[in-house]
Design a protein around this ligand. Structure first.
Ligand SMILES: [Ca+2]
Ligand SMILES: [Ca+2]
Ligand SMILES: [Ca+2]
Length: 203
């Protein structure tokens, strides 16, 4: 077992028949987390719609819950694990291990249409979404980088190329931010999509 700390998230990775399984744990001791039912993890909200991941039947699915109506609906329906959702506008995104490695999937709420976003055999995890753009952290280059996907153009773009780790991205309007260890410590960087320029935020 290999415990990796990424910001506030702790991933427990277990090799199962060559498959790397990352399970998210939020806090507390590992033994406590392993023995706790995981029926409501990583909630995110946009307007009155909340999304979360839960394991009600042996693997994780994504659920949507309307705060006003208290109606819960299952968004994903697959034997693999669907975790760490995000929601914005008409879309829900999440990380998904159905293909034997982690990929990003998106779900168009008005049409109830699920579609795969990433096809690379390495891991794409921890997605965030704002408007037309989905961002995630990606280890296809042997270290973590930030990637961005444009929904209307169906186009994927590498945002960071530094050989250190860029993790846990967030996005709003023209800015992508992430945690970056290029200077030997965890700092926050930002990327301006108008100028394609990245720099450290002094905090
Ligand atoms: Ca599932
Ligand atoms: Ca992948
Ligand atoms: Ca990197």
């Amino acid at each position: 077992m290999d415990i990796k700390y990424y910001g506030i998230f702790i991933f427990l990775s277990v090799s199962v028949a060559g498959l790397i399984f990352f399970a998210p744990f939020t806090n507390g001791s590992l033994n406590d987390e392993l023995s706790t039912e995981k029926i409501g993890l990583n909630p995110r909200i946009f307007d009155e719609n909340m999304v979360f991941s839960g394991d009600f039947s042996g693997n994780f699915e994504i659920y949507k819950y309307n705060i006003y109506s208290a109606l819960k609906s299952k968004v994903s329906n697959n034997a693999g694990n669907q975790i760490n959702p995000a929601i914005n506008g008409d879309y829900i995104v999440w990380m998904d291990d159905r293909n034997g490695n982690w990929d990003i999937y998106k779900y168009y709420i008005p049409g109830n249409i699920e579609s795969r976003v990433t096809y690379d055999p390495s891991n794409q995890i921890n997605p965030a979404i704002d408007g037309d753009y989905i961002v995630w952290m990606d280890d296809r280059n042997g270290n973590w980088d930030i990637y961005r996907y444009s929904i209307p153009n169906n186009f994927e773009k590498r945002i960071t190329s530094d050989p250190s780790n860029q993790i846990n991205p967030a996005i709003s309007e023209d800015f992508i931010i992430w945690v970056d260890d290029r200077n030997g410590k965890y700092e926050i960087f930002r990327y301006d999509m108008r100028s394609d320029f990245e720099f450290k935020i002094s905090i």
